[in-house]
Ligand binder design. Structure first.
Ligand code: HEC
Length: 156
């Protein structure tokens, strides 16, 4: 191998190892309170399809712990938990729970990239699962509503 290539390879390896030292990764804080699930099956579907991004129990694949991918994932999980955290149930915050069923109904949650491109086949809902989840989320949090809460005019 030419010297320059060898040197380049060493630099790449050193930088890659150094990236791993940056402490930005997904952590799982204690579960505080779970929603009053209408039935265990609803929870099971939510665990499979939502919990990695919307709970304090994220199970990541090994490669998702590897920087710089892990930084992106950690930011993403922070975003998801910020909007909805099934491990920190608060009746006041989940009050407009119709949103939750609606995201599933629209097909925007779980995100398409996550089930198609990512290795999370467990989150891929069959039509029957999707119906069951919508029914369960509706029973637990309230019916899917068309309103867009918390957003300014034209926002979104
Ligand atoms: C791969 C990660 C991921 C998965 C899996 C996932 N979500 Fe999300 N979700 C996010 C992120 C990130 C946001 C915040 C950004 C956004 O609104 O798009 C979000 C936002 C939301 C919101 C708030 C929407 C809003 O605009 O206020 C709801 C409700 C939601 N998700 C429900 C679900 C449900 C229900 C599931 C399971 C069926 C699910 N999500 C699965 C990442 C995820």
């Amino acid at each position: 191998m030419p010297r320059a290539a060898r040197l380049g390879l060493i630099v790449v390896v050193v930088v890659f190892v150094a990236l791993q030292l940056v402490p930005k990764r997904v952590s799982n804080p204690a579960v505080r309170a779970e929603p009053p699930w209408d039935k265990p099956a609803t929870r099971q579907l939510a665990v499979a399809a939502c919990f990695n991004c919307h709970s304090n129990r994220s199970h990541l694949a090994w490669f998702e712990h590897v920087a710089p991918l892990s930084w992106w994932i950690a930011g993403h999980v922070d975003d998801g938990r910020g909007k909805l955290n099934f491990s920190e149930y608060d009746p006041n915050r989940h009050g407009s729970g119709g949103r939750i069923a609606r995201e599933v109904q629209k097909g925007s949650m779980p995100p398409a990239y996550y089930t198609w491109f990512w290795q999370h086949g467990e989150a891929k809902l069959s039509p029957a699962d999707k119906d069951a989840l919508i029914t369960g989320l509706t029973a637990t949090f309230g019916p899917a509503v068309g309103v867009r809460e918390g957003r300014g005019p034209g926002g979104g």
